[in-house]
Ligand binder design. Structure first.
Ligand code: SF4
Ligand SMILES: [Mg+2]
Length: 453
């Protein structure tokens, strides 16, 4: 089954760009491994090839320029049953060279496809570390005078198990891609490409001249390194039966708390400001969920200045494995501050079944969801100011009817640990009590939603 959702001509790349061609061949190679989509993760970073993740129906991770090797290593360490493929350009390889070298040296079992088109295409065709000698780019108008970076050779001498270099137009590329994906340990395939918008224009490059360039530059196409027979490095996942059981048994934490009944996938957004312990609260609820046999995924949003501005934490909790960690139409939104309200923005897309809890000093949002207006000072008196966020979370999930008060308190008591255990337990109990009592801190609002009972 192909994981690709688009054909070359419908992708975002310029006419004549090699990226779509390589993606089609990569999808064919992945399909030959017969892995289901949840057992494949495509990791990318910045640049035109970094947009490729949108065209694949497997797990994807998109991050900062040059760091895709590090994300892939992290993913591979916790999910060794997942085939983790890095899609990176020559720019990303230059920026992340140290990551590349050390991942190869340590034999991290990730498979790297480098789409080398000799320039930074997305930003205007500037020269990159792999720009060939004498090549013309906007930043080297008199010709490039440095020796180009040899990505494949660098991976080889760093210890990669499988290394190859090929042209995007090489008939043997699909076979090389498959060999790279199947190789144990760290594998890298450098694919020479055409950037039709920039590098091709200035340097009259064609598919045929890619071969000449390789020969002239002393960077021959072909296999540079292969794993020896009996290679002891971890084998790449290649079919559902290969590693799935062992990996899931070893990597999924076993429940240590009581089973916590949960109605199904629920998306929660907690929105406030720096200092309101937003991430702490969501982390505590997520920890309780995971320790009690549920699955949870958290992602946060806050400015790099950290101690000022909005703080948003999104949590997905489900009894089944979470294949999509995004939050699109949360069933519960809690807004604690004007910063949080501004960042969350328009809530008119929420279904009427959603619940919105909003601080009483804020204007209630316009939304079809049910809006509950709460007095944060009342919660602070019951839970301390630092515990308000967690109290509101407990209040929200109990009031929504997703979990019983006693079950949540028992789970928290069994699971929470560390120096914040008592304060977190106290906050959680305060929220549960407020929900159970239909808290006097809670008043009805008619603005933008149904009446709160
Ligand atoms: S700028 Fe270059 S690399 Fe980017 S899509 Fe266009 S041709 Fe491809
Ligand atoms: Mg490039």
């Amino acid at each position: 089954m192909s994981l690709l959702t688009a054909v070359r001509n419908d992708m975002c790349y310029c006419p004549g760009c090699s990226h779509g061609l390589v993606l089609e061949q990569l999808a064919q190679a992945i399909a030959r491994l017969a892995l289901p989509p949840p057992r494949v993760c495509l990791v990318s970073d910045i640049g035109c090839i970094g947009t490729a993740d949108r065209y694949f129906t497997c797990h994807t991770f998109h991050g900062l320029h040059g760091r895709s090797f590090t994300y892939a290593e992290g993913i591979q360490r916790v999910r060794p049953d997942v085939l983790t493929i890095v899609l990176v350009g020559d720019g990303g390889c230059g920026i992340g060279t140290a990551h590349l070298v050390h991942a190869a040296r340590r034999g991290v079992p990730i498979k790297v496809i480098v789409c080398n088109n000799f320039n930074f295409g997305m930003t205007g065709g500037q020269h990159s570390p792999t720009t060939p000698a004498d090549a013309l780019t906007p930043t080297t108008p008199a010709g490039f005078h440095e020796r180009p970076f040899d990505i494949a050779e660098t991976a080889r001498i760093s210890g990669a198990s499988f290394v190859a270099r090929a042209s995007a137009y090489d008939a043997g590329l699909p076979g090389l891609l498959e060999r790279g994906l199947r190789a144990p340990g760290f594998a890298l395939l450098e694919v020479w490409e055409l950037c039709s918008a920039y590098f091709v224009q200035s340097n009259k490059l064609t598919p045929a001249r890619l071969n000449e360039l390789a020969a002239r530059g002393g960077m021959p196409f072909g296999v540079l390194a292969e794993p020896p027979a009996g290679d002891a490095r971890p084998a790449a996942p290649s079919s559902p039966a290969d590693t799935g059981k062992a990996a899931s048994d070893e990597t999924v934490p076993q429940p240590r708390g009581p089973k916590l009944p949960w109605p199904g996938r629920r998306e929660i957004t907690l929105a406030g400001s720096a200092g309101q312990h937003i991430r702490t609260a969501v982390g505590a609820l997520g920890e309780i969920a995971v320790a009690c046999g549920l699955h949870a995924a958290e992602h946060d949003d806050y400015p790099i200045t950290v101690r000022k501005g909005h703080s948003i934490s999104n949590l997905v909790v489900d009894a089944r494995p979470i294949l999509f960690a995004g939050v699109e139409a949360p069933a519960l939104v809690i807004i604690m501050s004007a910063d949080g309200a501004a960042r969350v923005g328009d809530l008119s897309h929420l279904p009427s079944s959603s619940q919105v809890i909003v601080a009483s000093d804020l204007p209630p949002p316009a939304t079809p969801a049910t809006v509950h207006v709460v007095d944060l000072d009342a919660f602070a008196r019951a839970a301390t100011r630092a515990g308000v966020a967690l109290a509101l979370l407990a209040y929200g999930v109990v009031r929504a009817g997703w979990v019983e008060s006693e079950a949540l308190c028992a789970a928290a008591d069994a699971v929470l640990s560390g120096r914040h255990r008592e304060s977190n337990l106290s906050a959680l109990r305060a929220g549960v009590a407020a929900a159970a009592a239909q808290s006097p801190a809670c008043a009805a609002s008619t603005a933008g939603g149904r009446h709160d009972p």
